[in-house]
Ligand binder design. Sequence first.
Ligand code: HEC
Length: 459
Amino acid sequence: MKAHFTQNRSILLAMILALTFAARVAQAGDAVTFNNQVAPIIYQNCSSCHRPGEAAPFSLLSYEDVRRKGKTIGKATVSHSMPPWKAEPASYAYRDERRLTDQQIAEIQSWVAGGMAEGDSSQKPAPPKFASGWQLGEPDLVIEMPAGFHVPADGPDIYRNIPVQLGLTEDKWVTAIDMKPSARAVVHHVLYFADGSGHAHERPSQGAEPGYSGMRAGRQVIPLGGWAVGAQPHFYPDGLALKVPAGSDFIVQYHFHPTGKPEVEKSKIGFYFAKKAPERNITRIQLPPHYSLFSGLDIPAGEKDFVLRDSYTLPVAVDGVGVSAHAHYLATQMKMTATLPDGQVKTLLLIKDWDFAWQDRYYFKDFVPLPKGTMLSAEIHWDNSADNPHNPSNPPIHVQWGEESKDEMGSISLIAVPHVESDLGTLNSELATRGRKLARDKMAANPELAKKVMRLLAD
Ligand code: HEC
């Protein structure tokens, strides 16, 4: 209960602060109106998602839209649940941070409390125009999945790889990939891969549905990131990009989560390409590796605060580009720090109220220089008690690492480039060796775990 009590108390505190602020705003002059103060806040911070075809359940594109939802908007903004942005301010600023200022929050409070006036129509700002249905603008290449996948109303989660030909006649460098699922509710997350052999699309479909099952997309595929519920598309910063060789097939590995209603999913995928090859290549330092499969993720029913920690000392200097975290419903807190060689401890990511629905990537405004010898530390907390309102099992059950949403996994990744490109090989091979050693040791000590992994690989 304690975590939620603290959370409620801080919401209450925020409300009191906002109201005092609102009182001052109101005293200082004219009443807050939609046209004057509120519309610019909403149009800049909310409408990109709150419009037809995007993730949010209703539009916020006009006075009427906003007034109708005014009370809920007041609550959602003062509690910081909207706009969604889970990362607390860290030691380094993030890019495209979606946070309202205290003044903006207070203005919304004051507008709602004051009766939600529209204001002077001569000051009415134009609603934002979105050039295309895509958040990042028109993609350089759009593909549609070859056939719809039928997700049944219920049953276990489904992992499915669906390959598609890209038709690239030359190597390309991807700066962003965005996806438009046709049935957003059943798509829990996807991973993207390039298959440089170009043969993936020839693989026969298993059964009546497109694609083939299993967690492994194929042997020699290149990971290209992914998309999770609530994630926003982002461009890689500063000319960084991932290579997709000419002739590649593209494979989307879907994780479907049945919702109680049958759905047909046929996504559109948009690719954004760089003009030229990047000078440095991105890598990902994941702590613990393998989303904690080999790190003792084993949470008794009722356990209120289960913690995993992992740390890794950088063998070469890198520049931190961003951070991302992944876990399922039971996680509560995520933290990644960097202890610099001079002993200073910097926070790279802190999420105090993990929400499965909002798994974003947080890119730093500027590259974060992390010298050789810097120790990265990750700490993840889970709450498997009945007090956790997100617990999918009631009463709580014993939870271990697993791919289903009711299982758990967890890790935090630093997205980085080596400070000097020639160090990339050293870093990647050290990371791979570390991951393999951890897996080997844990499986040798735990035959049950070894069997589970064999089953997963055979799948
Ligand atoms: C990144 C996309 C995104 C942005 C930006 C965003 N929203 Fe939302 N919003 C959503 C989604 C998705 C939902 C549905 C969430 C759910 O069902 O849990 C939602 C739900 C809501 C709700 C209903 C939730 C509730 O608490 O009842 C309100 C109110 C809301 N948003 C207001 C806002 C406001 C105001 C802003 C800007 C200050 C904003 N949103 C910005 C995606 C967004």
